[in-house]
Design a binder for this molecule. Structure first.
Ligand SMILES: Nc1ncnc2c1ncn2[C@@H]1O[C@H](COP(=O)(O)OP(=O)(O)O)[C@@H](O)[C@H]1O
Ligand SMILES: Cc1cn([C@H]2C[C@H](O)[C@@H](COP(=O)(O)O)O2)c(=O)[nH]c1=O
Length: 216
C-alpha cells in the first residue's frame, strides 16, 4: 500500500540528506522518481544538503499542481514510481492535498520533508496539512542540538545577531550565518522561550554581573 510520509525535524537535522538517500537507493534499483522542492537555499530547482550533495528538482511554486505534473509525466509515457518533496513546509495546503491524491489515485509513495514550525513556534500551513493527512509521521533520528547540549526542538531566527519573534513567516536562510544577516539557530524549547541564543548565552557569561568580584 502506498503511503504519504512526512519526515520532519528542526532545521539542520538531515532532512534533505535523507531525501537524497531515499532517492539514491530507489534509483539504484531502477525506480524513477519526481523530486519537488521549493525555495531551496541552493537556488531554484535544486535539492541540496549541507553534506554537499545536490540534485536537480522540480521547483514547486505556488501555482504548481503537483498531481497534474505527475499525471502529465505519465501521460507522456514517462515512468514515475515515487515522489520526493523537500522544503514541504513552504507548500500551500492545497498542494499537500495534491500529494495525498498522488498516493491514493496513482498508487505511489510520497516522501515529504520539512520543518514543522516557524521561528515563532507556529505551524507552517503546509506542515499542518501534512500532519493532518500523512499516513505516517517520522521524526529524524539525528537530533540537532541546542548550544546547552539538550535536543533542539525549535527554530530561532536572528537579525543582526539578535533573536526576533516578529516578521514574515518565510525568509530563506541558513544556520551559522554572519551576525549581520538574517540567520537561524536551533534551540531547545527552554532557551527558545527565554530568547537565549548561543551568542546571548556567551554575552551573559561574560557580563560583569556574573564575573567574580574581588572583595575590597
Ligand atoms: N562537515 C560535516 N560533517 C558531517 N556531517 C555534517 C557536516 N556538515 C553537516 N553535517 C550534517 O548534515 C546535517 C544537515 O543536513 P541537511 O540535510 O542539510 O539538513 P536539513 O535538510 O534538515 O536542514 C547536520 O545536522 C549534520 O548532521
Ligand atoms: C524557521 C524558519 C525557517 N525558514 C526557512 C529557512 C530555510 O530556508 C528553510 C529551512 O530549511 P532547512 O533545509 O530545514 O534548513 O526554511 C523560514 O522561512 N521561516 C522560518 O520561520
Amino acid at each position: 500500500m502506498s503511503e504519504l510520509v512526512f519526515f520532519s525535524g528542526t532545521m539542520d537535522c538531515g532532512k534533505s540528506t535523507l531525501a537524497l538517500q531515499i532517492g539514491h537507493n530507489r534509483s539504484a534499483r531502477g525506480l524513477q522518481g519526481v523530486i519537488f522542492t521549493r525555495d531551496d537555499r541552493a537556488g531554484e530547482g535544486k535539492l541540496s544538503s549541507r553534506l554537499g550533495l545536490v540534485t536537480e528538482a522540480v521547483e514547486a511554486g505556488p501555482n504548481c499542481d503537483l498531481y497534474a505534473y505527475v499525471v502529465e509525466q505519465l501521460s507522456r509515457g514517462g515512468k514515475v514510481d515515487y515522489v520526493i518533496v523537500d522544503e514541504a513546509q513552504f507548500l500551500a495546503p492545497e498542494q499537500i492535498d495534491q500529494l495525498a491524491r498522488i498516493v491514493d489515485d496513482l498508487d505511489m509513495d510520497v516522501f515529504a520533508f520539512g520543518i514543522t514550525t516557524d521561528f515563532r513556534t507556529r505551524l507552517f500551513p503546509g506542515s499542518q496539512r501534512l500532519i493532518e493527512l500523512a499516513d505516517r509521521l517520522e521524526t529524524l533520528q539525528v537530533e540537532a542540538m541546542c548550544w546547552c547540549g539538550a535536543r533542539a526542538t525549535h527554530n530561532a531566527r536572528t537579525v543582526g545577531g539578535e533573536m526576533v519573534v516578529e516578521g514574515e513567516q518565510v525568509v530563506v536562510g541558513d544556520v551559522n550565518r554572519p551576525t549581520e544577516d538574517v540567520g537561524y539557530e536551533v534551540l531547545c524549547r527552554r532557551h527558545h522561550r527565554r530568547r537565549m541564543t548561543s551568542a546571548a548565552a556567551r554575552a551573559a557569561a561574560l557580563s560583569p554581573d556574573v564575573l567574580p568580584v574581588a572583595s575590597a
